[in-house]
Ligand binder design. Sequence first.
Ligand code: AMP
Length: 215
Amino acid sequence: MKIILLGPPGAGKGTQAVNLAQKLKLAHISTGDLLRQNVSGGTDLGKQAKSYMEKGALVPDDLVTQMLQRRIQAQDVKKGFILDGYPRNIAQAKALDAMLKQENAAIDFAVYLEASEPVIIQRLTGRLVCKNCGANFHRKNMPPRVEMMCDKCGGTLYQRTDDNEATIKTRLEVYRKEVSALLQYYEAKRQLHRLNADEDADAVLNEIIRLAAKA
Ligand code: AMP
C-alpha cells in the first residue's frame, strides 16, 4: 500500500503519518524529517538544503527527489509507505510516478488534508516534535505527559526553527502557489480523497484507515 498525504503545513500530515504507519505497518517517509536529519548531520545535502528550509522555501526538486529515490529503495519500504511532505509540486508528482513505475508500482491513493488558516497557525506555533522518533505534540492541544519528553519513546522534544509566524507565512504562500495544480493532477487520475483536517485527529485517522481498507 502506497499512500500520499497532501495538505498545508499544520494540517496534521506528520501526526497522521506516524499513526497510520503504525496501524497499517507501513514505512513513514517524511521528506522534511529526512532533510532535517541531513541538516543536523552536516551532510552535503544538508548544507545545500539548510538556507531554503530556514526561509520556508522549497529545497530544489532534484535534491529532494534524489534523496527520496534512495529512501524508497530501502528494505523497510518494500511493504509500502505513507509519504508525508512529497510531492510539493507537479514536477515532484511526476518524478514520483516515474520512480514507482521503474518498479512496476504506483500509489494507491492520495489524501488531501484541508485545514483552515487559524487552525494551522495555532497548531504550528505550539507544535513540539520528538528529536528521536518524530512524533508530534502540542503545548496546549496535546501536551506530553512529562514536560519536553516524548510519551512514545522518551526522546527530547523541540520546537522547529521554521515554526515561527514569519516563516509559517512563507511556507503557506509556497504551498498555496502549488496546491491547486497538484490536486488537479491526482483528481484527474481519480486518486484523490479530501478530508477535513480541522477535525479531531482520531476521526481523520479512522477515515484514512477506512479508505485504505477499500483500496
Ligand atoms: P515539512 O517538514 O514537510 O514541513 O518540511 C520542512 C521544510 O523542508 C520545507 O519548508 C522545505 O524547505 C523542505 N521540504 C520538505 N519536503 C520538501 C519537498 N518535497 N520539496 C522541497 N522542499 C521540501
